[in-house]
Design a protein around this ligand. Structure first.
Ligand code: SF4
Length: 623
């Protein structure tokens, strides 16, 4: 396969962001009439939302995000009973209504009704990994017949005012179909405005990752978009799609992109604008052209541009007045000068878009689309629509932690040291019994001075049972040396009981020294070390749990950063002192970062068995 590296540094980075974007995602229903392998929404037979609720959500969207178009998806939006009124409402708000559908329920009548309601475009999701009645076992090439039928219906009954785009989820086994699909789109460039390749992604249970949500272990097998093949799966990236397209169109060159949240060079959305007619693609529009379109649209209409009606993408010749300002236009018009016949027919601009959803990195980071255009309003927030199932199943997006982490404090394995600490209690328990006998030996040492050799064997058995645990050996010597120094003084009186041979009788003399044991209270400190070890183990676990919440709480602390403001007031000497303080606050932020991982403290659940089947619960989703 041809390899020509993509160069994002030469492409225009689309200026889309959370608050100001070209499009916004809307799901008036989660009910669907198909099953698609790549779908990420659970098919709910009762998933239709009341129109009033949908409109209420849109009112909130209006307050949270400037947007050019509303992508009405689902579920299957064409089976939503109020789809026409909804399209009419969206258009009335000044937004461009776009319907993302599988096309199964599309009829000429419905196209006319929607066009009359203000629909700007359809994006039809058709690929060979769908279970579509009448198309069982159909290949991507076979499905071109369905694509053409839908495109012609939209073109004819939309009276050429409704744009037509096609989505296809690309799997490893359909990657080789890219050149064919791109050629097909070219052959129908007059009625197909956009071709979108969505690279298949799915949650996967992998042996080297622990997965958490809200600080608790999560089973990705519960998600709609979990994958059965698991570890064998290898994600496709935008570079591979470009390489495949270049097999059919060697000059294919993107002009703009959206980077990833974790990797600035990853191309999560990769847009190519090519110009031509059914006979020939005569050129590609460059990054400056894409930049102009976004900037001028925002300047004159207040929003960034995503979809346009067909009348704007046909007749590229109308842009001849811009040739002095754009190199790619000059090249295209230069070729047109050598092809007089092309001036008599429309030269179309067709978009080829590649969407590369979530990438999971080896260190557990998830690389999402930075400036997600398909953000959806969910529980009063704008979130990634491709991962809403996580919010519904776990109440939070999942986080992954590599199990093989080095323990550098940035992943779940951190709890590993905790269990080691847990071993501490062992020695703690061991010394417990030792201290008790210790007081006994205290009286013994008194007589011991003389029968030193005999006394030693008596103490010897104590350490022998627990010799293995080095810590014991460490603790044992500590208590012994303490009492020993005392007897060192006592031995002086003991030399009097010369009766060395009768060691058995020695206990009798012990009562005499008993008065001295008044110092025995010293052994009292012996239990002290027990407490030292016990709480030590607690200290290892408690913080781990407490630390979980602080992150969010600590986060606001940074706000005091503005403290530096007072610094200007005390211009004299006091200013230097406050400034160093905020500097200390900074490191405090770092701590929370590690905190998230302690969540992994909790024993990772053994990977549960894979889902036996996704069944007919899932349904297709056009994007
Ligand atoms: S919904 Fe997901 S795949 Fe779509 S743009 Fe947003 S982050 Fe990317």
């Amino acid at each position: 396969m041809l390899k020509r590296p993509l160069t994002p540094e030469t492409y225009y980075r689309l200026p889309w962001n959370l608050a100001d974007n070209a499009i916004t995602w809307l799901e008036p229903t989660t009910k669907c009439n198909l099953y698609c392998e790549g779908c990420y929404r659970e098919n709910d037979p009762f998933g239709h939302k009341p129109l009033a609720d949908v409109i209420r959500d849109l009112e909130r969207v209006k307050q949270m995000r400037r947007t050019d178009g509303i992508s009405i998806a689902g579920g299957e939006p064409l089976i939503y009973p109020d789809i026409v009124p909804l399209v009419r409402y969206v258009a009335a708000q000044g937004w461009k209504p776009i319907i993302n559908s599988n096309g199964q329920a599309l009829t000429p009548e419905l196209v006319r009704e929607l066009a009359a309601a203000g629909l700007v475009g359809f994006t039809m999701h058709v690929d060979s990994h769908q279970v579509r009645p009448g198309w069982k076992g159909a290949s991507e090439k076979d499905l071109n017949a369905l694509r053409l039928k839908l495109a012609e219906m939209i073109h004819e009954h939309g009276e050429g005012k409704v744009s037509c785009s096609f989505n296809a989820t690309i799997y490893r086994d359909t990657l080789s179909e890219i050149p064919m699909l791109t050629r097909w789109a070219h052959e129908h460039i007059d009625i197909v405005q956009t071709m979108v390749y969505i690279l298949f992604r799915s949650a996967r249970k992998r042996s080297n990752f622990d997965v958490f949500a809200n600080g608790r272990p999560a089973d990705v097998g519960d998600l709609v978009y979990q994958l059965d093949k698991q570890e064998q799966h290898e994600d496709i990236d935008s570079q591979e799609i470009a390489d495949a397209i270049r097999l059919a169109y060697p000059e294919h060159e993107p002009c703009s992109y959206l980077n990833g949240t974790e990797d600035s060079r990853s191309m999560k959305w990769l847009l190519t604008l090519r110009a031509g007619n059914k006979d020939e693609i005569i050129g590609y529009l460059d990054a400056k052209f894409a930049e102009w379109m976004q900037i001028f649209h925002h300047l004159f209409f207040g929003t960034y541009l995503a979809y346009t009606r067909p009348c704007w993408t046909a007749w590229l010749q109308k842009l001849i007045f811009l040739t002095p300002f754009n190199k790619s236009l000059r090249q295209i018009f230069g070729k047109l000068l050598t092809r007089p016949k092309m001036w008599t027919k429309p030269v179309h601009i067709q978009s080829i878009m590649v969407i590369q959803p979530c990438d999971l990195f080896d260190d557990g980071r998830q690389n999402m689309c930075d400036g997600c255009p398909d953000a959806i309003f969910y529980k009063d927030k704008l979130v990634w629509s491709c991962r809403v199932d996580e919010l519904e199943k776990f109440g939070a997006f999942i986080q992954c932690a590599p199990r093989s982490c080095c323990g550098g404090g940035t992943c779940a394995p951190q709890p590993a040291p905790a269990p080691e600490a847990a071993k501490a209690p062992e020695p703690a328990a061991a010394p417990a019994p030792e201290p008790t006998p210790v007081p006994e030996p205290t009286p013994a040492p008194e007589p011991a001075p003389t029968p030193v050799p005999q006394a030693e064997p008596v103490q010897a058995p104590e350490p022998t049972p627990e010799p293995a645990p080095a810590p014991e050996a460490v603790i044992a010597p500590e208590p012994t040396p303490e009492p020993q120094p005392e007897p060192v003084q006592t031995p002086e009186p003991t030399p009097e009981p010369a009766p060395v041979p009768e060691a058995v009788i020695e206990p009798e003399p012990t009562p005499e020294p008993q008065p001295e044991p008044v110092q025995v209270p010293e052994p009292a400190p012996v239990p002290a070390p027990r407490q030292d070890t016990a709480p030590a183990t607690k200290g290892m676990t408690e913080p781990a749990v407490k630390v979980m919440t602080p992150p969010a709480v600590v986060a606001p602390e940074p706000t005091p950063a503005p403290a530096p403001e007072p610094t200007p007031a005390p211009a004299p000497e006091p200013t230097p002192e406050p400034t160093p303080e905020p500097a200390k606050a900074a490191p405090a932020k770092a701590a929370p970062v590690k905190v998230a991982q302690p969540a992994a403290d909790k024993p990772a659940k053994a990977a549960p068995a894979k889902k036996s089947g996704k069944a007919a619960k899932k349904k297709s989703k056009a994007r």
